[in-house]
Design a binder for this molecule. Structure first.
Ligand code: ARG
Ligand code: ZN
Length: 889
């Protein structure tokens, strides 16, 4: 049986709502399967529309609701109700009071959208379309209302009752019940509504805004976990201060609450004044959290907090504009992390992620514009493209404007559109209004509307004797689903010409002839298919170009005319630290691709001696303990990810050879220069303080980058070294990472270490997620089946499922893409089962199949069969069917 594909919703069909709802008065009585939700809406006809007759249809969105009682101006009416709507007639001459009431069973809501129960705690997730699963509403972001919410519950079951805005005192009711009323004075779309009720511990603090208002801060966690929320609280205060300082944004309510819950579909949610988090991004302690966990907690707390302005005060007109809030807020959180930690390392980390996740998305069947023109299921558009590519576009705009103008443009954006639901065009017009004398405004909107990664080829030619050089650029973008023809985009290339000493040459406009674009400061803005820079009067000596500094545009660029020795020179000398990292990465990437192709042809792998020399020079220039840039050196000696290598290979992929290419590189590096690596590590003595401070974390990252290479050596003393590193681990980072390396090399020490970990943490699910993940990333489909039987596993919890199935599908190339199809088959079976409970989670896991057409023919056959089985499932959800259909089209 073939399922029908769900209908598409199109941006071109946008119509403003016929009615507006200005205020919502809501009462929710939390009472298990008899939970009642009632709401009163102050409705009025939309004054910007012409209403011909004296009445019109109010069509409220609804989803998975039972019978709804509706009253209009006090009188009960019989609405038309189907699965997705509740509709009735209203006057268009005047406002109406509409009351709706329904009964809910939060425990049976396994989709985790709307009102649900997590470990006995009531909570909500309304973005994108969850509010309509609580009460019927105009559940669209351009309907903004103030909310007054009364929560009632048994005092013993729900001592804590939270919603958006500011609270009034809690009141005792009869029979052990109590109630509280929250009022949110800021008009907001329904996706920002939230409520929480249950037993929770509270971590309190306070923050005084720059204008002297005191804000009560609380983080609520499941009982007994308060100690693990102290880092999160520090992070919250830090990012509040940063947003005042850097963007002039102040908090606007008397309280700010965060709740950490253990069942959550995504990372976290920016509900007004009441952020709800996946507890994975709140809870941390040195013995259970890694350095990465701490950094992610910091970034996500900041991200959700920053939404208070970029998202909440200024929100989206419709869901096509999702990137208006997400791309901008990711940009803001990236800037925060760059300021708090290390700017270059942050840039490297983000660019690696973009290459590993967004580029494959943009080059495959799920490719979509940052602002798509249509969607079948909006939940499937919370993607790397909308978030991360969206942030790259803001970054290009910010760097085009420069810091002062960008800040002025952001101020203008916030003040012009405060309290409104707007489009990307509005954001761009605020940016453009501050461009001043920068000349014609580049077509940045094109970056939002055109899908696919632009390919930029650059050709470099220099004539040392004549003192001239020529840079020729050309750009093109391959077709993506629904967009066969592509136009040139404005591509800013920040560049310098580097002399023999490694210094940047001053480029005088008088000595450059520019075509097909503009040169502004150190940015060449290529805005045509072809462009060039012709330099004259260069000083004597060899000159080399440093291009796309700090990764100034999210493009895939290839440079002709620079040989390996030029790139090695630039890797060592380029004053832009990001670029010097990138030069070496491009050499690694070439070496790995060469190895891959030789492996497939059965040829000898050849020698990368010169590159090994450069790596050692860059990674071990001095003693590990006595250098400030340990994190930088770790990044320098880290190879491109397996995902990235697969992407650059592009077609007919054998994942085993992808993995072997990387393994063989490290193995040959150690055969060549292993003694230097071991000596360096010996000096470090492999004792780890476990201190979470950035300097200690940086040292760990370097040690781990070295161990990563060494772990590929076949000599048995490597086991010994890894074993010592594991025993010397002072915290979770060294512990889990060395354990993963032991597991990866099938060391006999791994089993024992896994057992010890299990014995210590089996009743701490979040920590066990790491234990499941490293095994899923180093095992087969059979490994997964065995782990599903473990006492700490829970098929119903999204974090558990992601740590096992997600880690396997996205972090285990040879396991998921196993030659016998077992990985695909197992994933399809699990996704199919999961779809009945939690469609969003099922759809997300399924998107791991997106690279299936880049695999070799035999694998493609297995993947296609697995996808087709899913597609023909009776009762497949819209979420899953949308993903699977797009992948098979
Ligand atoms: N707005 C949230 C964030 O900051 C993401 C929530 C998405 N939730 C969903 N079910 N689609 O990133
Ligand atoms: Zn967000």
């Amino acid at each position: 049986m073939k399922n029908e594909t769900p209908p598409s919703i199109r941006l071109a069909d946008y119509k403003p709502p016929a009615f507006l709802i200005d205020h919502v008065d809501m009462t929710v009585r939390l009472d298990g399967p008899c939970t009642q939700a009632k709401a009163t809406y102050h409705v009025r006809p939309n004054p910007s529309l012409v209403h011909a007759n004296g009445h019109g249809q109010l069509v409220l969105d609804a989803d998975a609701l039972g019978p709804v009682d509706v009253r209009v101006n006090g009188a009960q009416i019989e609405p038309q109700q189907d699965r997705k709507h509740v509709a009735f007639t209203l006057s268009t001459r005047e406002g109406s009071k509409v009351e709706v009431a329904t009964t809910l069973d939060p425990a049976s809501n396994t989709a985790l959208s709307g009102l649900y129960l997590t470990n006995g705690v009531y909570c909500t997730q309304c973005e994108a379309e969850g509010f309509r699963r609580i009460v019927p509403f105009l559940d669209r972001p351009d309907v903004l209302a103030t909310y007054t919410v009364t929560l009632e519950a048994q005092q013993a079951a729900c001592p804590v009752l939270l919603s958006n805005g500011n609270p009034s005192p809690i009141e005792a009711l009869d029979d052990g019940w109590h109630s509280i009323t929250w009022h949110d004075p800021h008009p907001k779309p329904s996706y920002l509504f939230a409520l929480v009720g249950g037993h929770l511990d509270q971590v309190r603090d306070s923050f005084t805004t720059r204008d002297g208002r005191e804000v009560a801060l609380s983080i609520y966690v499941e009982p007994g976990k308060a100690e693990r929320a102290t880092f999160a609280m520090q992070a919250l205060k830090r990012c509040m201060a940063w947003d005042e300082e850097r963007f002039g944004r102040l908090y606007d309510l008397d309280v700010f609450n965060i709740v950490a819950v253990s069942d959550f579909n995504l990372g976290a949610m920016e509900n007004k004044g009441l952020n709800i988090f996946n507890d994975k991004y709140i809870l941390a302690s040195p013995t259970t959290a890694t350095d990465e966990d701490y950094q992610r907690i910091d970034a996500i707390i900041a991200h959700e907090y920053f939404h208070n302005w970029s998202g909440n005060r200024v929100t989206c007109r419709d869901w096509f504009q999702l990137c208006l809030k997400e791309g901008l807020t990711v940009f803001r959180d990236q800037e925060y992390t760059s300021d708090i930690y290390d700017r270059t390392i942050k840039r490297i980390t983000d660019v690696r992620d973009l290459w590993a996740h967004q580029f494959p998305e943009d080059g495959g069947p799920l490719a979509h514009a940052v602002r798509p023109d249509s969607y079948r299921e909006i939940n499937n558009f919370y993607t790397a493209t909308v978030y991360e590519k969206g942030a790259e576009i803001v970054r290009m705009i910010a760097s085009w404007l420069g810091p002062q103008r960008f800040r002025a443009a952001m101020d203008r954006y916030f003040s012009t559109y405060d309290g409104q639901a707007v489009r990307l065009e509005d954001f761009l017009s605020a940016m453009k209004a501050e461009a001043g004398d920068l000349g014609a405004w580049p077509d940045f909107l094109g970056w939002y509307t055109q899908a696919g990664t632009p390919q930029v080829s650059v050709d470099w030619q220099a004539d040392t004797h004549a003192g001239t050089a020529h840079l020729a650029f050309s750009q093109s973008t391959s077709p993506t689903p629904g967009q066969p023809d592509k136009k040139p985009l404005p591509v800013p290339c920040r560049l310098a010409l580097v002399d023999e000493a490694g210094d940047d040459l001053a480029i005088s406009p008088d000595h450059v002839v520019v075509q097909g674009g503009r040169l502004v400061g150190d940015q060449f803005l290529l805005d045509s298919a072809h462009g060039s820079l012709q330099f004259t009067d260069l000083p004597s000596g060899t000159v080399r170009p440093s291009l796309f500094r700090d990764y100034s545009a999210p493009v895939n660029h290839m440079v002709e005319g620079l040989d390996d020795s030029d790139r090695l020179f630039l890797a060592a000398k380029d004053s832009n630290t990001f670029s010097s990292w990138a030069h070496l990465q491009s050499l690694y990437s070439d070496a790995l691709q060469r190895r891959y192709h030789r492996l497939t042809l059965g040829e000898p792998l050849g020698d990368d001696h010169a590159l090994f020399e450069a790596m050692i020079a860059a990674g071990l220039c001095c003693e590990i303990d006595h250098d400030t840039d340990q994190a930088g050196r770790a990044a320098t000696i880290t190879l491109p990810s397996a995902h990235d290598l697969a992407r650059t290979i592009g077609r007919n992929i054998d994942p085993l050879h992808v993995e072997e290419a990387r393994i063989s590189f490290s193995r040959d590096l150690c055969a060549d220069r292993g003694t230097s690596v071991v000596e360096a590590l010996e000096r470090f003595e492999l004792e780890d303080s476990g201190d979470i401070a950035p300097e200690a974390a940086a040292k760990r990252s370097l040690v781990l980058a070295l161990l990563q290479h060494l772990s590929r050596c076949e000599t048995p003393d490597v086991d010994d070294l890894l074993g010592r590193a594991l025993r010397g681990a002072g915290g979770m980072t060294m512990r889990i990472k060395t354990l993963a390396l032991l597991l990866q090399r099938r060391s006999p020490l791994a089993d024992q270490a896994l057992e010890a970990f299990d014995a210590e943490f089996h009743d701490d699910p979040l920590t066990m997620d790491k234990w499941f993940a490293i095994q899923a990333m180093n095992g087969t489909a059979d490994t997964l089946v065995a782990l599903e039987g473990h006492r700490s596993y829970d098929r119903e919890n999204p974090n558990r499922v992601r740590s096992l199935l997600g880690a396997f599908a996205t972090g285990n190339l040879s396991g998921f893409h196993a030659a016998d199809g077992s990985g695909y088959q197992l994933m399809a079976e699990r996704i199919g089962t999961l779809d009945g409970r939690n469609p969003q989670l099922a759809a997300r896991l399924a998107s791991a199949f997106r690279t299936w057409r880049t695999m070799d023919a035999a694998r493609q056959t297995f993947a296609q069969a697995a996808l087709e089985t899913l597609q023909s499932m009776p009762n497949i959800s819209t979420d899953l069917s949308d993903i699977v259909t797009r992948m098979l089209e």
